[in-house]
Design a protein around this ligand. Structure first.
Ligand code: RIB
Ligand code: CA
Length: 313
């Protein structure tokens, strides 16, 4: 597998933090160019604080972390403290990060990085609302053809929505940005709820992180002890779905996932179905396929990878 140069766009969030830790524990697979933060689970001031805390717990205060958009392109911000807690990273004891934000806006970092690196060599790994990406594509359309792949956590089809009956949170928060991305023509791989709800952080899996007996393993277990309560209550599932790490695991071991190349469009007009990802799974329209929409994961393989890589930090 060729090492990937990636930018992680994120709204930490416990599951975002797990994804960042997986990337930092995988230097032979991932060259992390930088982390761009966006408002989502919690306001921007907290998402960029949480991203820096995550880098510090991994012993990586050198990672460039940028602040990005603090509101969606055309709508007021909707947050998810009910899932992630007031801090966005409830569970472990938190601190004021020592590492500073890197100067410059996240959108400009995305644009400059895609212009600076050879075409087709930078992957955008998106874990939150697509505001920063949509803004970058709108501000500098020339970068779209230079994107190697957008690998996103977002959307839902057979699994239906988690923030409304129709929509998954990341797409719901900024449907206009999502529409820009899905219509851009960039290669897209989607990790929707259809697949992330099959990657459940069950008790044994959380205990495997705790048993690592390193700072990262304890931090991960404490985050997930908190994060799981919402989904167990809501879905009666045996654990909280680890949404965002699916994006990074795909970059390291794509064979863990299965899906289908289909057309995906985003609802932006209706209040009832705002943010719905309408996937033409059975190809009943002549709309051209524009995304690999994942719906299967080897969950045991996924958690073994996660545990093995966190053990390295
Ligand atoms: O719907 C799940 C997604 O919304 C995850 O990325 C979670 O972190 C939140 O951003
Ligand atoms: Ca997220």
């Amino acid at each position: 597998m060729q090492k990937r140069q990636i930018i992680i766009d994120t709204d930490p969030g416990q599951d975002d933090a797990m994804a960042i830790l997986l990337a930092l524990g995988s230097p032979e697979d991932i060259d992390l160019l930088g982390i761009t933060c966006v408002a989502g689970n919690v306001p921007l001031a907290l998402t960029h604080k949480n991203a820096r805390i995550t880098c510090e717990v991994a012993g990586r205060p050198d990672v460039p972390v940028f602040a990005g958009c603090d509101v969606p392109l055309d709508r007021p911000l909707v947050t998810a403290e009910h899932v992630h807690g007031k801090t966005g990273l409830d569970g472990p004891e938190l601190w004021e990060p020592k590492m500073p934000l890197t100067d410059g806006h996240a959108v400009d970092f995305i644009i400059h990085s895609l212009r600076r690196h050879a075409p087709g060599t930078v992957t955008l790994a998106t874990l939150g609302p697509l505001t920063n990406i949509g803004a970058a594509f709108r501000k500098a359309p020339d970068i779209i053809d230079r994107v190697q792949e957008v690998v996103m956590m977002g959307g839902a089809y057979f699994e239906v929505g988690n923030i409304t009956p129709a929509a998954e949170f990341n797409i719901y928060v900024d449907p206009e940005a999502a529409e820009i991305v899905f219509k851009s023509g960039a290669p897209i791989t989607v990790m929707p709820l259809d697949v992330t709800h099959k990657a459940l952080a069950t008790k044994p899996r959380i205990e495997a992180f705790r048993a690592l007996n390193n700072k990262v393993g304890t931090f991960a277990a404490e985050m997930l002890d908190f994060f799981e309560r919402f989904d167990i209550e809501k879905y009666g599932s045996e654990g909280g779905p680890l949404h965002d790490p699916c994006v990074i695991a795909y970059l390291i071991r794509p064979e863990l996932f299965r899906g289908k190349q289909v057309n995906v469009e985003v609802e932006t007009q209706s209040d009832l179905t705002r943010g719905m990802t309408v996937a033409d799974w059975w190809r009943v329209t002549d709309r051209a396929p524009n995304a690999m929409f994942m719906d299967q994961v080897d969950a045991d393989g996924f958690f073994s990878l996660l545990t093995e890589r966190l053990a390295r930090l």
